[in-house]
Design a protein around this ligand. Structure first.
Ligand SMILES: [Zn+2]
Length: 187
């Protein structure tokens, strides 16, 4: 009689209680999150509910066998463990798919990291210089648009012809700013 009591002891083990919770939870999870859209053949559904059931069933059976055969008991407990590991991997895969999908949407919306960095940098540069690119004066030599550049020597801004190096026309940055400010106030 004592042996029977021993074998029934597994019902009070945390691991067995947890295996039950996992089985019930997995049932709810599959009902709620697996549908035709993400599990067309119902294979993941079957796989996960089966693994969850196998986890707790083999735990119980293995524990029962402790009375008669240790080797059978260990085999069944090992199956229980393997089933729960398989289930864990299925959950991981589901989380990864979900994460990759959300990251993908964000990427399309906002661009990659480098892209976002260069946007922020471009805005900061425009603010620092007080003039947006493309708003510069025309080249005094050929009339082409100019682009804001900096001298290599002392990092001072100047307007350089976009036709460079064919055209070497430049406009002094400070002088141009004073002129355009004066033109604005005369309007
Ligand atoms: Zn030019």
């Amino acid at each position: 009689m004592e042996l029977f009591r021993k074998s029934a002891g597994y019902r009070f083990l945390d691991a067995f209680v947890l295996a039950n919770v996992v089985e019930l939870g997995t049932g709810h999870f599959c009902e709620r999150f697996l549908e035709l859209r993400n599990d067309p053949g119902g294979r993941t559904y079957a796989q996960m509910t089966h693994a969850a059931r196998s986890g707790y069933r083999n735990f119980a059976e293995g524990s029962e066998r402790l009375m008669t055969s240790y080797s059978t008991a260990l085999e069944l407990l090992d199956v229980a463990r393997a089933s729960l590991c398989e289930l864990r991997d299925d959950y991981n895969k589901w989380l990864m798919d979900k994460y990759i999908k959300s990251v993908g949407e964000e990427f399309v919306e906002k661009g990659g990291f480098r892209e976002r960095m260069s946007t922020v940098r471009g805005e900061a540069r425009t603010q620092q210089d007080g003039v947006a690119e493309g708003e510069g004066p025309k080249c005094p030599q050929c009339g082409a648009p100019t682009r804001l550049r900096k001298t290599r020597k002392d990092n001072k801004p100047f307007w350089g012809c976009t036709g460079y190096p064919a055209c070497r026309g430049v406009v002094d940055f400070e002088k141009n700013r004073q002129q355009s400010t004066a033109a604005d106030s005369n309007r």
